[in-house]
Design a protein around this ligand. Sequence first.
Ligand code: MUC
Ligand code: MG
Length: 381
Amino acid sequence: MSPVTKIDQIETMILDIPTIRGHVLSMATMRVQTAVLVRVTFSDGSEGIGEGTTIGGLSYGAESPESIRSAIDTYIAPVLLGRDGDDVNGALQLVDRLVKGNRIARTAVEIALWDGLGKRLGVPVAQLFGGAVHDRLPVAWTLASGNSETDIAEAREMIETRRHNVFKLKIGKRTVREDVAHVARIKQAVGDTASVRVDINTAWSLQEARWGLKGLQEVGCELVEQPVPARSRRAMAELAQGYEIAVMADEALNGPEDALEVANARAADVFAVKVAQSGGLKRAAEVVAIGQAAGLGLYGGTMLETGLGTAAALQLFATVETLHWGTEFFGPLLLTEDILANPIVYRDFCVEIPTGPGIGATLDPDKIDFFRRDGGRTRKT
Ligand code: MUC
Ligand code: MG
């Protein structure tokens, strides 16, 4: 019997990477994206890398970049050191017992374990999930400059260069009337050449959402994402059932248990399935399965991860037969520089699934060194 490949070391770091423009969301304006990276080293010299990323510090959810790092360093890494690196399920079950919540932290480590296993076996992570059935997936772009004219120019450029023809608009910061007028201007400018959707990031009350959904569907918007707070399932159900426009759950979906409750309550037409929010690739696959069983629409969602987390998500979503609403795996494109030596490829309105072993991502060491919070910014020539 060959010797067990042990988990030798788990290292974390925080990267702060500027965005190409201000990304204006209802709860925060992002000028930097902060990613937590994990590197797991195994006893045979192999490595696995993972990412756990949130949006806008603590304004999106209960985990911050700092809490993600500290949960890994203090509680997750110590219980995994010395374990069999090939026993990913055993590691995940142990962490599940010992660490509650902290889904993004658990995700970062889980991705690194799958990556390491895939690399040792010489296969993409998609193969560990049964095999890819797509080599590319449709990919949306988010228009969130905060200005209608800038958004229209950006949308036109994306359509002309065949990079994106599905646009998600971030609204919920201004009045409902102003927001609907903004969406109408953009929809009118792109016409039938593009699909226009919106994300409210929980900013509306039920009353505002009733007005909002009525206005949005009148101006040709196809889908509204998380209009009301994550826990407002009754309100989500009323909205999903009361309007033609599709209602998508995002913040409401923290793993399979939420997915089951949202599906049972008919509190969404579509699931935005996010790897980090689900608690990892395995849990995200379970959310997908619940959505499929409930006959809901599916969409591959992002926490605006770098190329690393994006590559990991692509490995999973490449295995899903039908993503009725496509994906939004554009995270690397929002950053001034990505951190991969083999950047993710975007063309013809699609994102391509990386093909190398593991998650198919190779870090660029100079970029990691430059963007890391502790002791970075020493770019080599
Ligand atoms: C979210 O809430 O969906 C995804 C795309 C984007 O621009 O922001 C994220 C977060
Ligand atoms: Mg969202």
